[in-house]
Design a protein around this ligand. Structure first.
Ligand code: F6R
Length: 260
């Protein structure tokens, strides 16, 4: 697990460099996309590179992490609509090449199994962008989630519904109780995991993810089991890390050509 502590704009460029490097060498790469506020600056930077520097997504495919259950198809907070607005509609990526777990399916377990199969059929996710919840969730794998889990229906914690009420005009009741989400096992099968976190509210979750025991109590700690994880955090999110100085020194000494 590599931890990079830097200002938010630097982190966004580093994550964008990774996606760009992949697309320039493998234009048909499979991207894993997170919603939420953490990756927004990365997506803005990728859109800028598309518009100004010709970075093309035309042959890529993308899979999103999770989706609320029960939102109408045209709801602005449905993650499928969010990712279109924030990234995929702003680049040359055909909407037919973007998939997400189906939170509106009549048979949710069957839809979840089909989603797992679709990722496998695409050859797996090459680079997965991730955020982290204040309770340590990744995608919507809340505390207590199986570390081997696959795409399935989950119940959101009160904490996550409260955290996400800001996207629903601060109306807690409007935040769905249930979601469909890639499992931790699904996420761990991706080739390279790039997790972004900023702000003091994420500091405890980041500490548990990087330095805590691997535990279902802090689902993101399962990332310690993955061979290629880049944790991109600002000073505030790093403020609880015991090894922060070591991570800063390691990053400062890393040859620039190496990338993440
Ligand atoms: C959303 C997702 C979630 C978010 C997490 C952090 O697709 O996977 O795990 O990454 O809730 O959300 P923000 O970035 O809004 O703090």
């Amino acid at each position: 697990m590599e931890v990079v502590i830097a200002p938010a704009d630097v982190l966004a460029r580093l994550a964008a460099d990774t996606v760009e490097g992949l697309l320039r060498t493998r234009p048909d790469a499979v991207l894993g996309l997170a919603t939420g506020s953490s990756p927004l600056a990365v997506y803005d930077e990728l859109v800028r590179r598309h518009v100004e520097e010709g970075l093309s997504f035309a042959r890529a495919r993308a899979f999103t992490l999770d989706e609320y259950v029960g939102l109408p198809l045209d709801h602005p907070q449905r993650y499928r609509n969010v990712i279109a607005r924030e990234l995929t509609d702003r680049v040359d990526l055909d909407p037919a090449r973007v998939a997400g777990p189906d939170g509106a399916a009549d048979d949710l377990p069957a839809a979840c199994a089909a989603y797992e199969q679709a990722i496998v059929d695409a050859g797996g996710v090459d680079v997965q962008i991730l955020g982290i919840g204040t309770d340590g969730h990744i995608a919507f794998n809340e505390p207590g989630s199986s570390l081997a889990s696959r795409t399935r229906v989950k119940t959101l914690t009160a904490q996550t519904r409260q955290d996400n009420a800001r996207f629903f005009d601060d109306d807690l009741e409007a935040v769905p109780q249930h979601c469909v989400t890639q499992g931790i096992g699904t996420i761990l099968a991706a080739g390279h995991l790039v997790l972004l976190a900023t702000g003091r509210a994420k500091a405890e979750a980041v500490h548990q993810m990087v330095e805590g025991p691997v535990s279902a109590l802090w689902p993101a700690s399962a990332l310690q089991l993955h061979p290629h994880v880049s944790v991109l955090i600002d000073d505030a999110a790093a403020s609880r890390l015991q090894l922060a100085d070591h991570f800063r020194q390691t990053w400062a000494a890393k040859p620039a050509w190496q990338g993440l």
